[in-house]
Structure formats: structure tokens, C-alpha cells
Write a protein that binds this ligand. Structure first.
Ligand code: YH5
Length: 280
């Protein structure tokens, strides 16, 4: 399995680490300022040095209850950073957005992958992604970010997420996106209770039936707060356990804040899988 964009190929024969680069300044300056750009590039350099192969640039906060971001503000945040990364580093750059115009301008600036928590459902997004000819990550979410955690409900979360994937893959293929360029993501924490999230972890392997790349994003999420009563900066061990459980069940891309530690865990998994093959 592999993804491609122009002359770049991302091999998925072992799990890849996607490092999260938030450019959502709850701080003061916008993405174009020298200091913020400099800080972001240092973080990128560090994440790549620690083994990330994809940098996921996000300018809209989709945390429960977060404020909406205007188009111009989101563009101002992400475009200069993507240009700077693409200029300096030979890595994959992913744009975490739901807005069609951000997708288009981000890819023009050098992004290689569209990561959309709304699965290309906002106006124009499907067409923008098809035109951009980059791989796309389709994430499942129940409801909208502002309200999704108020009362998530499913008859069967696994079957509902699976049905959603079937529909959305069809929709993308019909719009001209190549099937093999679609990544699926069950969307941990997006309109899901703790029980729903852990059911999806337990049965992550169920999604291998699509024979498409799978992405798991559990890093520091609230499901661990509810389980462990840990603040966001105390959820590393839990996040690593979640990453391992999903990678062991076939996740090819693990989206994380803590690249170094996650890369170590994935190396342990890989060494174990290699050893098993040799013994058989
Ligand atoms: C994802 O799962 N998540 S943004 C709240 C947290 C910690 C982390 C309260 N974008 C995903 O990371 N894209 C986000 O603590 C994503 N999959 C994909 N494909 C939310 C996030 C977070 C939220």
C-alpha cells in the first residue's frame, strides 16, 4: 500500500507517524509573523528528526466547543507555514481543513495530502480535493464540533462508522478521486463517548476490510481524561498504548503530538512483527 502525489511516494508497508503542527494561535500573532513561523519550523525540524514522515498543519481548532475560524484567518495561518515547510524539508505536508479554498491554496503552497475531519462535506470541498489530485483522509464525525460531545448515540458505532466509510468512499470515487488515494479514519473523540471510542480501538482491525490506508488519531484526547483523570499534558502513556493497539491492528498512519515516543513504540511493534515472521 502506498500514497502518491506528483513525484512523491509514501510507502505504508510500516506505520507512519503524522506529527501535529497546530497553528491555531489562541496566542496573539498570525501564521505569517516571523516568530511564529520560526517556532513552527523548529517544531517541524524536530518532529522530522524524531521520525515523522508527515506534518499535519491545522489552522482551525476542531476541539469540542472551539470557536469557528474565518476563511481569511485560516489562510493567513496555514499558507505561509506550508510554503516554508515545502521549501526547506522533503517531507509530506498534510493540510487539516474542511474549507475548499484552504484545500486549494494549501496544495498550491505545497501540501501533499488533505486531512478533513468533515470528510469533504462542506460546499466545494469534494470538487476542490478531486481537482487537487492529492490523497485525502476521510474522518468520521457524528454531529458538529461545537456540539458533538453533548450526547453521542449509536445503535452500533462500528457498523455506523463502516456504513459512513462506504458512502463517503463512493461519493469520492464518483467525484473522480482515485480509490487508492483515500485514507479512512474513525475519528476518535468526534461525537463519541469513551465507550464508543474504546469499542473503535478494540475493533480497529474491522476497517481493514476496505483495503485502504487507515489513520488513527488518539493523541492526548479526552477519552484518556475520562478513563484516567489526567490533564492533557499527562496523557502520553495512554496515547502510546492507543497508538500501539491501533497500529497492531493495521493502522498505517498514527497522528500524534509526541513523535519521538510514538516512533519508538512503532519500532518495537515492527521488530516484533519481523521476529514473528522469521520464526514461522
Ligand atoms: C483525528 O483524530 N483530530 S484535531 C482534543 C484533545 C487532544 C487532541 C482535549 N484532527 C483528528 O487532535 N484529523 C484532529 O484533547 C484530526 N483524525 C484526523 N484525521 C483534535 C485533536 C485533539 C482534540
Amino acid at each position: 500500500m502506498q500514497l502518491y502525489h506528483k513525484n512523491k511516494i509514501l510507502k505504508l508497508d510500516r506505520p507512519q507517524v503524522m506529527g501535529i503542527l497546530n497553528v491555531t494561535p489562541d496566542s496573539f500573532s498570525d501564521g505569517g509573523s516571523f516568530t511564529q513561523l520560526d517556532v513552527a519550523l523548529k517544531q517541524v525540524d524536530q518532529m522530522l528528526g524524531h521520525g515523522a514522515t508527515i506534518i499535519d498543519v491545522g489552522g482551525e481548532s476542531t476541539r469540542p466547543g472551539a470557536a469557528k475560524v474565518e476563511l481569511s484567518q485560516e489562510l493567513d495561518r496555514v499558507v505561509p507555514i506550508i510554503e516554508a515547510i515545502a521549501e526547506r524539508f522533503d517531507c509530506w505536508v498534510s493540510i487539516d481543513t474542511s474549507k475548499a479554498q484552504v484545500m486549494t491554496e494549501a496544495v498550491a503552497a505545497g501540501a501533499n495530502l488533505i486531512n478533513d475531519v468533515r470528510a469533504l462535506q462542506l460546499p466545494g470541498a469534494l470538487e476542490a480535493a478531486a481537482t487537487a489530485q492529492v490523497p485525502v483522509c476521510l474522518m468520521h464525525m457524528q454531529g458538529q464540533p461545537q456540539t458533538m460531545q453533548q450526547a453521542p448515540q449509536y445503535d452500533n458505532v462500528l457498523l455506523e462508522v463502516t456504513a459512513f466509510f462506504e458512502q463517503q468512499v463512493d461519493r469520492c470515487v464518483n467525484a473522480g478521486i482515485k480509490r487508492e488515494q483515500i485514507i479512512l479514519d474513525p475519528g476518535f473523540g468526534f461525537g463519541k463517548t469513551m465507550e464508543h471510542n474504546f469499542s473503535l480501538v478494540k475493533h480497529f482491525a474491522h476497517f481493514k476490510q476496505f483495503n485502504l490506508p487507515l489513520l488513527a488519531g488518539l493523541s492526548r484526547k479526552s477519552m484518556f481524561e475520562h478513563l484516567l483523570a489526567r490533564e492533557v499534558d499527562e496523557r502520553l502513556a495512554a496515547s502510546l498504548a492507543g497508538a500501539l493497539l491501533c497500529a497492531q491492528q493495521g493502522a498505517q498512519i498514527i497522528r500524534v503530538h509526541d513523535v519521538k515516543e510514538t516512533a519508538d513504540v512503532l519500532k518495537v511493534l515492527e521488530a516484533t512483527e519481523q521476529a514473528t515472521i522469521k520464526i514461522l
